[in-house]
Design a protein around this ligand. Structure first.
Ligand SMILES: [Zn+2]
Length: 260
């Protein structure tokens, strides 16, 4: 179902983009097209916002594509508004080149408003609509950056399950906190037991990857993975990633692994 929604959003997005370009040029014929263009740009912004949670539910690695999409909307809007301004052309002083119109469009979109070009007549209302849309769009772009940073703060090492199990108890051997013995924690342990670990180089017993949390001085627990020998308690250096913890352990105990 989400695939269908995404496809609909993307098709609508391309369609509205084409309409926006057409309306930007049509503004030359009648200013009403300019206002329609303003509405279409706002609709594109709305679609971009609706798309964000859909994409990020899909994969938390798609922040780059979400950011790029919103950023391209900025560039697109600045260019098409620039076309509308260039062809309407009721400015003091008037634009010499298209780049002047794009420049005016950019400083309006970002609400900088240096005031070196003044809009006249009906186009003034269009510039205020652009400023309003631009301000909203910039807030969306900033929100995407914030979402990304917040997620990285919450779950370093991309360990999504870490967010759920906050019940911890101190393991004095490491000075780290162990997840409490819950059903969720046992399921996680069983999953980690599938990662191959070499036998202990000291005593020859099996080793397993255990999960700990570093919670001192942190707003959310930082997961740390340690491969530890069941027999003698020898352990690998803690890592933010279970596979890295296994790799470190296997590197330490390579000789024993070859023998077994
Ligand atoms: Zn051992």
């Amino acid at each position: 179902m989400r695939v269908v929604t995404m496809a609909l959003i993307d098709v609508t997005n391309y369609f509205l983009s084409a309409v926006a370009v057409a309306l930007a040029f049509a503004t030359r014929v009648h200013l009403a097209f300019g206002y329609l263009h303003a509405l279409v740009i706002f609709a594109l912004l709305y679609l971009a916002v609706v798309r964000v949670p859909l994409v990020l539910n899909w994969s938390s690695n798609l922040y780059g594509s979400v950011f790029l999409r919103v950023f391209l909307l900025h560039v697109f809007a600045i260019l098409t508004y620039g076309v509308a301004y260039y062809y309407y052309g009721d400015f003091t002083p008037s634009f010499d080149e298209f780049t002047d119109a794009v420049y005016f469009s950019a400083i309006t979109w970002t609400t900088l408003g240096y005031g070196d070009f003044s809009p006249g007549g009906g186009v003034r209302l269009l510039t205020s609509l652009q400023a309003l849309t631009g301000l909203t769009a910039l807030a969306v772009l900033a929100s995407v950056v914030w979402l990304y940073c917040e997620r990285r703060l919450r779950s370093p090492g991309r360990d999504e399950q870490a967010e759920e199990s906050y019940e911890v108890e101190l393991d004095s051997a490491f000075g780290l906190f162990r997840p409490a013995d819950t059903e969720a924690a046992r399921v996680e342990q069983r999953n980690r037991d599938r990662i191959r670990c070499a036998r202990c180089g000291v005593c020859g017993a099996e080793a397993r990857i255990e999960k700990y949390f570093d919670i001192i001085g942190r707003t959310t627990p930082l997961p740390r993975f340690v491969t530890r020998c069941v027999g003698c308690g020898a352990f690998s250096k803690p890592s933010m990633n279970a596979y890295v913890a296994a790799w470190r352990w296997n590197r330490m105990n390579r000789g024993e692994r070859a023998a077994s």
